[in-house]
Design a protein around this ligand. Structure first.
Ligand SMILES: [Zn+2]
Length: 222
């Protein structure tokens, strides 16, 4: 007995958009496109970065048309309000940036992210103009976020340096990973800073050339 392949329900060319939308896990609130699984974010209290399994807290789908990241279960949120909320000092994190691509679930911007949408230059232009064919919004560099993303690959605690600076982590409150991990992270951060700092400068500058900087310049006001 051989294996009989299922007949396609529609001719391939017609299938794509209609079939995708019908089977998408999430519908993009920016453009109505189909969004499929991109990554999962763990429960922040477990805060894993290096090869540990954790409870999945949130699932982020990726729109195949405008590239926006959409938290599963939030396909009908107000995209313009989300953009206003995500905009700080005229810029919003860029889901289509090199730092997001390099970092994946270690992208520094995902830690503590409270919104439900992650924007791209294409998505921002669409929200701001209401036109699907609007030219993409421009991006700007975010060297610190790139550096933190690179360091995240080496530390147990995500965004270790900025959390120490904010007082969230410290010798007397080492976080969910414990005291040993805290001191290892402190050592790794200090030792790796010169090289990762230089790498962040170079890579983020290159990203900007391709309009893939860490943040998108928006006209939204908070
Ligand atoms: Zn979309």
């Amino acid at each position: 007995m051989g294996v009989v392949a299922d007949e396609p329900k529609y001719p391939t060319q017609v299938v794509s958009r209609e079939y995708e939308r019908a089977n998408a896990l999430t519908t993009c609130p920016v453009c109505g496109g189909a969004a499929f699984g991109w990554l999962t974010l763990p429960d922040p209290s477990t805060n894993p970065t290096v090869g540990q399994l954790a409870e999945v807290d949130r699932v982020i789908d990726l729109c195949e048309e405008c590239g926006a990241g959409v938290e599963r279960g939030y396909g009908s949120v107000d995209a313009a309000a989300e953009l206003r909320e995500a905009t700080v000092d005229g810029v919003a994190p860029n889901r289509a940036s090199w730092q997001a691509w390099i970092g994946g679930d270690s992208w520094s911007r995902l830690f503590g992210w409270k919104g439900h949408l992650l924007f791209t230059p294409k998505a921002v232009a669409r929200i701001e103009t209401g036109r699907a064919d609007a030219p993409k919004a421009r991006t700007a560099p975010s060297y610190l976020a790139m550096w933190q993303t690179l360091i995240n690959a080496l530390t147990f605690n995500t965004n270790f340096a900025s959390r120490v600076r904010s007082g969230e982590l410290g010798p007397s409150k080492p976080g969910a990973r414990g005291t040993a991990a805290f001191w290892v992270d402190a050592m790794v951060t200090v030792l790796a800073s010169p090289l990762t700092g230089l790498a962040a400068l170079v890579v983020e500058s290159l990203a900007l050339l391709f309009n893939r900087g860490g943040v998108i310049m928006t006209s939204s006001k908070r």
